[in-house]
Design a protein around this ligand. Structure first.
Ligand SMILES: Cc1cc2nc3c(=O)[nH]c(=O)nc-3n(C[C@H](O)[C@H](O)[C@H](O)COP(=O)(O)OP(=O)(O)OC[C@H]3O[C@@H](n4cnc5c(N)ncnc54)[C@H](O)[C@@H]3O)c2cc1C
Length: 263
């Protein structure tokens, strides 16, 4: 059952705790991975997220959701944050927030958009932009567990320089036997590419995904429009809707997109 055996009790998951930034990795010109130390962290599953709360000196406070980018590792958490121009929180987290600084967070949150190392079905991961973050946690959790579940990852980015975790993904099957990675570009392609940039289509998911008869579990994450288009395409090519799990990275603060959902 999707909600079974989630790490931490409910009160533990809902309690705000203070974490500190211990390291930073640049992923692209506009995104960075934050490595946080969160004392007493109860652990999490790949695909879960946290809420971050920032409070100004005058007491004004705001919160945003961020997916966990790596599997559980004691008190260490990794988030990858994309800077949204004009945003309230992401420019702070990507440009100002510094090693040693505190932040309040709570979680882990979410019980449906998760992958467990005990899952054996083939997996199709489809990411749009920063939607790669929780899907990368699944790839890394698979590797950490030595799982042999076959994974296929289709990642749509605007340009080659927008791809997070590029070296890790380009190592592909040599680092992760049984993982196939396909990168698609919507605005600019690498020099050697023979096709023009364009949005993902159903035919791409047929070529890079699994046949529906293999009954893969499909995880789709990214901006709301991307997730809806991909989920529709997966249904169109024959995947059962109950095997398609989606996570929408819509703006936080509204009810839209704040939770994982099932198409
Ligand atoms: C479940 C969930 C998980 C998420 N995980 C991640 C993650 O791992 N990494 C990550 O970088 N972000 C993630 N997000 C998005 C994140 O919560 C914030 O919405 C994002 O960082 C923007 O916040 P902001 O305060 O900078 O922008 P805001 O001040 O909230 O918004 C500024 C402007 O940008 C628009 N906007 C806001 N968010 C987005 C967006 N995601 N895409 C495009 N336009 C947007 C708003 O409509 C507004 O016009 C997640 C969202 C959800 C709901």
């Amino acid at each position: 059952m999707a909600g079974a055996a989630l790490p931490g009790g409910l009160s533990e998951r809902l309690a705000w705790r203070v974490a500190r930034l211990v390291a930073v990795r640049s992923e692209t010109d506009t995104a960075r991975t934050l490595v946080l130390e969160a004392p007493g962290w109860p652990g999490h599953l790949a695909g879960q997220r946290v809420d971050l709360r920032l409070t100004a000196a005058d007491g004004y406070s705001t919160r945003r959701s961020y997916s966990l980018a790596a599997p559980a590792d004691g008190d260490r958490l990794e988030l990858t944050v994309q800077r949204v121009p004009g945003g309230e929180v992401s420019p702070y987290l990507t440009e100002i927030y510094s090693v040693g600084d505190p932040v309040e967070l709570r979680g882990p949150i979410g019980g449906w958009f998760v992958w467990r190392p005990t899952d054996t079905a083939p997996v199709l991961l489809v990411a749009g932009g920063s939607g790669l973050v929780p899907l990368m946690a699944m790839v890394r959790a698979r590797r950490a567990a030595g799982s042999r579940s076959p994974f296929r990852l289709v990642c749509s980015v605007r340009t080659p320089s927008d791809l997070y975790y590029a070296a890790e993904l380009r190592a592909g099957a040599s680092r992760d036997p049984g993982l196939d990675v396909t990168i698609a570009y919507t605005r600019a392609v690498p020099e050697h590419w023979t096709s023009p940039p364009r949005r993902l289509r159903a035919e791409d998911l047929v070529a890079a995904g699994w046949p529906p008869e293999f009954e893969p579990t499909c995880y789709v994450c990214g901006p709301t429009g991307f997730v809806e288009a991909v989920a529709d395409a997966l249904v169109e090519i024959g995947h059962a809707s109950e095997r398609i799990r989606t996570e929408r990275f819509g703006p936080s603060g509204s009810s839209a997109g704040t939770g994982p959902s099932k198409v």
